[in-house]
Design a protein around this ligand. Structure first.
Ligand code: AMP
Ligand code: MG
Length: 419
């Protein structure tokens, strides 16, 4: 059994990014979350021309005086309709935000500082050279690298890429994920279980979690605890996906076939047990195919809370690495425990938690469970709180680490200065 940090380190050392040759031109609306496979450069200066940041009058600053000035208005420069003449001494051109600063002018006096007197504008005082003007190229020069190869694209990049015409940047592909939910007791979630049967929920939960990362679910199947059936299903999954998630059967019971099946299929197991509660019987393996592709396989415990936890702690970073990113080895934030939690000897706990942000920082409260199968505590949680292995209990007020989740539900920031 290895601890959580060691297991994470192994995942980081083992999962490889997609080969650069797999990069594809990716429409901007699909590109968020992807890793750029090329440098994106400015195709022009940014801004591309000197432009006004105000509505007002383009002037020669030397024409304006602290005591005021009277200048003859000889035309206008509006956004998209530049003035094509030159602003001569003693002249001004009406100008609007975003419009080209006309030749001859070197500043803009905002309209609030002027009054109109026929074709003359009366200025209330002086303006400095460059006042209310964005210089051409002040943000970037044509040819500058704006977003470097290897960057993970965020929503913040999208507008910039569109600005420079990079509407389909070359990106590494999103990982393809196959999900296999194993268990003879499992029935389709649309049906009514008979005694001893359980609605299959990990397929839905893991699919949602995978898609939330931007990765693609290529298949999601439910299989009975039958070695041959699981082997055939896993073989097909390995042929069509970069990452395979097998839920259930990862432990040592008579009907737990994941370890044997992975061995049958040539998957090399890097760990098969973690000192973690929940999530102990977690398997992580890889298979290098002839073409150099490295498939990643996780055997996650079927217990829905365990599956959810293992996904956030191990599968999510593995997916990020498979996107081509370099995520933090262990992302977590300092927090304070709001209520005491019993420790567990030899196993770190990752407990579904309600995290709240207050004036004094992040607080964590175990979202409460009535047993290891209690899925209601996951639904209430907006994060995890980590309780180190040990004896006795960790009291209220103790310092702990927490992992906020992007659950798509209430997040910690919605509790900012409340609760
Ligand atoms: P296993 O990891 O196969 O030993 O399963 C542990 C527990 O999780 C058992 O109570 C299973 O019935 C339950 N379980 C396994 N897979 C699923 C699933 N896909 N959906 C819901 N519950 C499951
Ligand atoms: Mg089972």
């Amino acid at each position: 059994m290895i601890d959580v940090d060691r297991a994470l380190a192994i995942v980081h050392e083992t999962v490889t990014p997609p080969p650069i040759g797999a990069a594809v031109a990716t429409p901007l609306r699909e590109a968020v979350g992807r890793v750029l496979a090329e440098d994106v450069r400015a195709d022009t200066d940014l801004p591309p021309f000197a432009r006004s940041t105000m509505d007002g009058f383009a002037v020669r600053s030397s024409d304006t005086q602290p005591g005021g000035a009277r200048l003859r208005v000889v035309g206008e420069s509006a956004a998209g309709r530049p003035f094509d003449g030159v602003v001569e001494p003693g002249r001004a051109v009406a100008i609007f935000t975003g419009a080209v600063l006309p030749a001859g002018a070197d500043a803009v006096i905002q309209v609030e500082r002027t009054t109109r007197d026929g074709d003359v504008v009366v200025c209330d005082g002086a303006v400095r050279v460059g006042q209310n003007v964005s210089r051409q190229g002040e943000d970037a020069r044509a040819g500058d690298v704006l977003v470097a190869r290897g960057s993970r694209l965020t929503t913040g990049h999208v507008g910039l890429l569109a600005t420079v015409g990079a509407i389909a940047p070359l990106c590494l592909p999103a990982p393809r994920v196959a999900i296999l939910a194993t268990g003879t007791e499992l029935v389709d979630a649309a049906s009514t279980p008979r005694v001893g049967q359980v609605r299959e929920s990990n397929g839905a939960a893991l699919s949602a979690l995978v898609e939330r990362t931007g990765a693609r679910v290529v298949s999601c199947r439910r299989l009975p605890d039958d070695r041959d059936v699981i082997r055939a299903g896993a073989a097909e999954a390995l042929a069509t996906a970069d990452v395979v998630l097998l839920s259930g059967g990862s432990s040592v019971g008579d009907y737990d076939f994941t370890p044997e099946v992975l061995a049958d299929l040539g998957v090399v197991t890097h760990f098969d047990r973690i000192a973690l509660k929940p999530g102990k019987p977690t398997i992580f393996g890889t298979r290098d195919d002839a073409n150099g592709d490295r498939r990643v396989v996780f055997g996650v415990p079927g217990n829905p809370i365990s599956a959810f936890t293992v996904f956030h702690l191990f599968v999510k970073p593995a997916l990020a690495l498979r996107f081509g990113c370099a995520p933090a080895v262990r992302a977590r934030l300092p927090a304070r425990l709001d209520a005491a939690v019993k420790r567990v000897a030899e196993r770190e706990q990752a407990l579904p938690a309600v995290l709240t942000l207050r004036e004094d920082g992040l607080h964590a409260r175990h979202s409460g469970w009535h047993g290891s199968g209690d899925v209601t505590c996951v639904a209430r949680a907006n994060g995890f709180v980590f309780i180190p292995a040990g004896t006795g209990e960790l009291g209220a007020g103790e310092r702990v680490f927490a992992l906020p989740l992007d659950a798509g539900g209430p997040d910690v920031f919605e509790f900012l200065f409340h609760a």
